[in-house]
Design a protein around this ligand. Structure first.
Ligand code: HEC
Length: 177
């Protein structure tokens, strides 16, 4: 065997060994960079749902089956219980007492469109829609393409607590600009 051929074979063996390994290394580095970037870009790195501790015994119990409409609307006890639950679980993103000093949606405005409707029947239908939207938003959170903007609360909040929070938020509607 000529010395040149031998040298060429050694080179070929060397690159066969390092080629795939280098590719794997590149891939691992790339994956790490993507993971880091996703972590930094996500506004919800530590977005876990923290359930509130509230006494719901003053409120009429509602059972397990979700109602279509908020049964506590205007109930002053629901406002107080809802305020406490809201400030424990929602305020860090939506602002203390729903004052919209957080970085999330202004919850005082969620039903603003319905409140402007003069026709009683239409307004009731709008509120029913709004109740469904509120409930769905809270239970399922706001998760888009894997990014948790708001964590889901299903299984953590009873319907008594969800409707009480909505009742409280509605009581704050007048303070919205
Ligand atoms: C970790 C932050 C965070 C927490 C905690 C949080 N939210 Fe949110 N919430 C958001 C963000 C951000 C949005 C807007 C998301 C979007 O639509 O992209 C949102 C949207 C909503 C919406 C829909 C509003 C709209 O007009 O579209 C409702 C209703 C809502 N949140 C209720 C609640 C309630 C009630 C709680 C407490 C039980 C709560 N949120 C706790 C971040 C949070």
């Amino acid at each position: 065997m000529s010395p040149t051929l031998n040298a060429r074979r050694t080179r070929a063996r060397a690159s066969a060994a390092t080629g795939p390994r280098r590719l794997l290394l590149h891939l691992a580095t790339l994956l790490l960079q993507i993971a880091l970037l996703a972590g930094f870009m996500s506004p919800a790195r530590a977005e876990v749902a923290i359930p509130p501790v509230v006494d719901i015994s003053p409120l009429p119990p509602l059972g397990e089956t979700w109602l279509a409409a908020n049964p506590y609307r205007g109930n002053p006890q629901a406002v107080e219980i809802g305020r406490s639950a809201y400030n424990q679980s929602c305020a860090r993103c939506h602002g203390v007492d729903a004052d919209h000093q957080g970085n999330a949606a202004d919850l005082r405005r969620v039903d603003a469109y319905c409140r402007r409707i003069a026709d009683t029947g239409l307004r009731a239908a709008c509120m029913l829609d709004n109740d469904a939207f509120f409930k769905e938003s809270v239970l399922h959170g706001k998760v888009r393409v894997g990014v948790v903007h708001m964590p889901p609360w299903e299984g953590l909040l009873s319907q008594e607590v969800v409707w009480a929070i909505q009742t409280f938020v509605e009581s704050r509607a007048g303070s919205a600009k």
